[in-house]
Design a protein around this ligand. Sequence first.
Ligand code: ZN
Length: 679
Amino acid sequence: MENLWSDKEAEATIARFAKRDVSEDVALRVYTTRLLGGEPRLVLHGGGNTSVKTVMTDLVGDKVEVLCVKGSGWDMGNIEPAGLPAVKLAPLQKLTALRDLSDEEMVNVQRCNLMDSASPNPSVETLLHAFLPHKFIDHTHANAVLSLVDQTDAEKLCREVYGDRMALVPYIMPGFTLAKKALEVYRANPNVEGLILLRHGIFTFGDTARQAYDRMIEMVSLAEARLARAPAKTFPPIALPKTVAPLPQVAPILRGMIALPHGKHRRFVLNFRTSDAILNFVNGAELSRYSQQGTATPDHVIRTKAWPLIVPAPDAANLTAFTDGARQALKDYETAYKAYFHHHNHTLGPKKMLDPVPRVILVPGLGLFGVGKSASDASIAADLAETNVAVITDAERLGPFTAISEPEYFAFEHWSLEQAKLGQAKERPLARQVVVVTGGGSGIGAATARSFRSAGAEVAVLDMHAKLAQDLADEIGGIGLGCDVTQPEDVRRAFDKVCEAFGGVDIVVSNAGAAWQGVIGEVDDKLLRASFELNFWSHQSVAQNAVRIMRAQGTGGCLLFNCSKQAVNPGPNFGPYGLPKAATLFLMRQYAIDHGHEGIRCNAVNADRIRSGLLTEDMIAKRSKARGISEKDYMAGNLLGREVTAENVAEAFVALSLSKATTAAVVTVDGGNIAAAMR
Ligand code: ZN
């Protein structure tokens, strides 16, 4: 593990923070915390924590000894001084006299002693930092150390690697009891440079930020060197099918399978990963042994559950067998999870049962999926799963990987502080739904993509201008894909990528279109056909791809089409535009008829007179002039007398996606135009 300390950087950090009245102690605490947090092999997603003991001045000018310790909700990689809340040290240290302290009492006493009442909750490992006497303390869940401590003979291995430089603390769940035990171990070994927490991680300490950091890097490097002395682990593989089914076929099957029947289906989002290391792991003949011991470090259990689901290798020649095998594996998983809950629930008093859905799925021949209520949760689960693959594979170089016991996992997973959070966050109406918007880079499409994202959906923006799609996706937090919807192969590729990013598709807004004009009696066939390619055929290929994925999921879906008032109220010279749009309106109804029994709803929006690529500023100027009215009057020339915006159209798409009993409907968004009203 490379030591990234730089005197120059450290001094620059001190100088930069001094301008904000941040002390040198806290500035250096921020500096090395970020060094540690920037390395995923040391710290991942809120794991790990650091502290410094320093002196602050209170309002009346008294000097107060405080512990600045990582606050919950902060990541070490981008921590700020505000992420290191200051807690008065003396009241925390007095707690060593107590025999017991519940987690709730611990959180309360920590909050009551904050210097700033607006601070986040100090870490659950705060007392461990407070009880030890050292000025700077660093804590990580370093991969290499975990590979050593997740062994049956971990103590022997650690003694061999660290001699008496590090003391060993047995596994205890974080909180007051662990803090007291760590203090006891330290007092018995006062010359150590840090503590190894068996089955959990590593603490190093020092008089300076640099000393604690140097020691962390050195101790992790020693663990890495010990692992490197054993040969790299290649798991003997199982025999795979001749052709493994590709990800875009497998993901929707798994995503549909884990959706919870909850009145409507409560879906999950998937995040796919694969690499040589992952394939070595998931293809192993002993996968069901080494993958089912537990997680590399206990706090992963909150994000990944203790055990991943293993499904059969998907045989491209027999997807039905794969589907059946995967369903059976899930059924067994859920039965075992419920049994685990009821078995241990007796020992800890009544707890709330979590959903029995796995958060990591291992697919031999293919890779792994993280599972979450959102794309970001799924991606965190996948990151942690990848770390588990690395730690377990390395641990197996030395001996069989072992983690904490089932009752210990139960206690961690049903921790009272975690249970208190259950049901608190209200989900937005379209959370867990994946939506694809074509022509999503600008105009109505962009407004629609934004509205769906605000309603909680995961959004894939497709546009023939890849950059427009990417820019919008970056802005709203989604994926952006270049896609020419008139090319069926391109459409298929884009939907495959959506499956890779999110696991499937629930809602499609087929929006891409363009207006062609011409007098119908003399128009060139080429022009009419070009308009049909974009304004009819592209809708068909988008809808076909969507239905293919929705069927594999088996959880219904929603197809939304952007038609036009031309489809029902043709205007002069607009035949080349209106004809394919009329066909698309019919297409929507045909999909509603043929796929309603599969729970797939189909609806359309008829919008008119929206400022966009179809109705340019030039056209508005020309048309209003021709009618002898102002541009404003032209745009608001409808029953409501108001200009209609792209956002109004977006609202209608979102509303239709939420209207559970509406299919084959056309909603007008035109401010009221009786000539274009549906009849
Ligand atoms: Zn920890």
